[in-house]
Design a protein around this ligand. Structure first.
Ligand code: HAM
Length: 413
C-alpha cells in the first residue's frame, strides 16, 4: 500500500459540529452587518503580489516572510491573499465605487493564507469575518466598526473579551515620532533583544510587541506616539472614544498598541480573549486613510475590522448544537423494494422532511438498529406484506398505503 496523504501542516478539515458552529457564526455576521448597511463582497483567492507589497507594506512580517507567492502568465507574480483589506480597496477602485454614496460598506467571510508557524489558534489557512467602510473619515465610522465587532463577538459567545484602542495619527507625525523612537532605542541598544535591534531601522514600533524582558523594561519608559499626535488627530481620537462611551462599550486606551500591518493611520484597535492561549487576538482593525493612494487611487479614507473565525469559536468554547431531527427513516426487506424505498425517501425530502434511507447494504435487522440509533420520529418498512409505519415516540406500528406515508408523518391521517 502506498503512503497515506495528509492535509498540509497548519490546515484543517471542518467536520460535523464545527461545520454547524461556523454556519451559525456566518448567520450572526450576516444579520449584524447587513442590518448596519454592509453588503457582502467576494474577491479572488489570489491577487497580484504587488497589491500586498504596496498595500500591506514591505516591512511587515506578512509581506517579508508569510506570503504564498507563485508565478503565472510568464513573469506575473501572484499571492494567496494574506488579508482582506487591500483586496477590498482594489475592488473599490476597480469598480468605481467612489461614485456610490460614501462610505461604501462591505463585509466578507473568506479564507486567508499566511506561512506562520502553526500552533493552537494559528493556522496557515484560516477564515476571517471582515467589514470595511470606505470613503469617510468621520470618527462615528470608527466607532461603528468597533461596535459591530463587539456585537459579533457577543453573538458568537466569545468569552473574556477585552478591547484595547489607540491612535497612530498621521503619517507625518509618525515619521517624526519614528525618528524620536529610533533615537531612544539606539541609546538603549545594549538592553534590547537582538531581533529588536536588527529592526530599529525598518520597524522600530514593533519593539512595543516584544516579549524579551530587557526590551519590555526599556519600552515602559519609551516615548509614546499618542503624546506626539497632531491636534486634529488627537481630536479625532477623542471623538471616537466619546462615541464608544456614548454606546456604553468598555475599552482601554493603549498607547503602545501596534498592529502587524503597515496601512494604519489614526484609530487602531484589538479585541483579545483570555479564553485563548498565546494567540489571544480574536479580531482587530483600524483606519487606513492612505491605503487606496498606496495602491494607485485618489486619497480615500477607510476603516475596518477583521476577526478570526477559528479564534472566535475557540474563545466561545464548545457549544453543542442540536443535529437536524430526522423525521423519517426508510427501511426495506430485500432488493426488490429498494427502488420504492429510494423514491419514498426522495419524495419525503422534496416535501420538506428530513428523511434517510439505508445505503450501507445492511439486512433489515441491521437497518432497524440504525433507524433506532438515528433518533428518527418515524420508520417506514417496505416489504412483501406492504408498507408499515412505526411511530418511534409511541411505539405504535401500523400498515399503511405506501403513498399515504407523508400524510401520516404530517399528522393528516
Ligand atoms: P489581522 O490582525 O492581521 O488584521 O487579522 C485579524 C484576525 O485574523 C486576528 O485577530 C486573528 O483572529 C485572525 N488571524 C490572523 N492570522 C491568523 C492565523 N495565522 N491563524 C488564525 N487566525 C488568524 C487583518 O487581517 C486586517 N485586514 C484587519 C482590518 C480590516 N483592518 C482594517 N480592516
Amino acid at each position: 500500500m502506498s503512503r497515506t496523504i495528509q492535509a498540509p501542516r497548519g490546515t484543517f478539515d471542518v467536520l460535523g459540529e464545527q461545520a454547524l458552529a461556523r454556519e451559525r457564526l456566518e448567520a450572526d455576521a450576516r444579520r449584524i452587518l447587513e442590518r448596519a448597511g454592509y453588503s457582502r463582497i467576494e474577491t479572488p483567492t489570489f491577487e497580484a503580489t504587488e497589491l500586498f507589497a504596496r498595500g500591506v507594506g514591505e516591512s511587515t512580517d506578512v509581506v517579508q516572510k508569510e506570503m504564498y507567492t507563485f508565478a503565472d502568465d510568464g513573469d506575473q507574480s501572484y499571492t494567496l491573499r494574506p488579508e482582506g483589506t487591500a483586496p477590498v480597496c482594489r475592488a473599490y477602485l476597480e469598480h468605481g465605487m467612489h461614485k456610490l454614496p460614501q462610505p461604501v460598506k462591505l463585509w466578507y467571510l473568506s479564507s486567508f493564507f499566511r506561512r506562520e508557524r502553526p500552533q493552537a489558534g494559528r493556522y496557515r489557512q484560516f477564515w476571517q469575518v471582515g467589514a470595511e467602510a470606505i470613503g469617510s473619515d468621520d470618527p462615528a465610522v470608527d466607532a461603528e466598526i468597533v461596535l459591530l465587532l463587539a456585537e459579533l463577538l457577543e453573538a458568537v459567545g466569545t468569552k473574556g473579551v477585552r478591547l484595547r484602542i489607540g491612535s497612530l495619527g498621521s503619517p507625518e507625525a509618525r515619521v517624526a515620532y519614528r525618528e524620536q523612537l529610533q533615537g531612544y532605542l539606539r541609546a538603549h541598544e545594549a538592553e534590547l533583544s537582538a531581533e529588536v535591534v536588527s529592526r530599529i531601522d525598518l520597524n522600530p514600533l514593533r519593539a512595543f510587541d516584544a516579549d524579551h524582558p530587557g526590551t519590555r523594561r526599556v519600552m515602559e519608559r519609551a516615548p509614546r506616539l499618542l503624546d506626539a499626535l497632531a491636534p486634529e488627530d488627537a481630536e479625532h481620537f477623542a471623538e471616537v472614544l466619546a462615541f464608544l462611551d456614548a454606546a456604553g462599550l468598555a475599552h482601554e486606551v493603549d498607547t503602545t498598541l501596534v498592529r502587524g500591518l503597515d496601512y494604519y493611520t489614526r484609530t487602531v484597535f484589538e479585541f483579545t480573549s483570555d479564553a485563548l492561549g498565546a494567540q489571544s487576538g480574536v479580531g482587530g482593525g483600524g483606519r487606513y486613510d492612505g491605503l487606496i493612494e498606496q495602491i494607485g487611487g485618489p486619497h480615500t479614507p477607510g476603516m475596518g475590522f477583521a476577526a478570526g473565525v477559528e479564534r472566535m469559536l475557540m474563545a466561545a468554547g464548545a457549544q453543542p448544537t442540536a443535529p437536524v431531527p430526522l423525521d423519517l427513516y426508510v427501511a426495506y426487506a430485500g432488493a426488490s423494494h429498494r427502488a420504492a424505498a429510494f423514491r419514498l425517501a426522495a419524495d419525503a425530502r422534496r416535501a420538506g422532511h428530513a428523511a434517510r434511507l439505508e445505503l450501507g447494504g445492511r439486512s433489515l435487522k441491521g437497518q432497524l438498529k440504525q433507524a433506532d440509533r438515528s433518533g428518527a420520529r418515524y420508520v417506514a418498512i417496505l416489504g412483501d406484506e406492504g408498507t408499515s409505519l412505526k411511530d418511534m415516540e409511541t411505539g405504535e406500528q401500523r400498515t399503511v398505503e405506501p403513498d399515504t406515508v407523508m400524510h401520516h408523518i404530517r399528522g393528516d391521517l
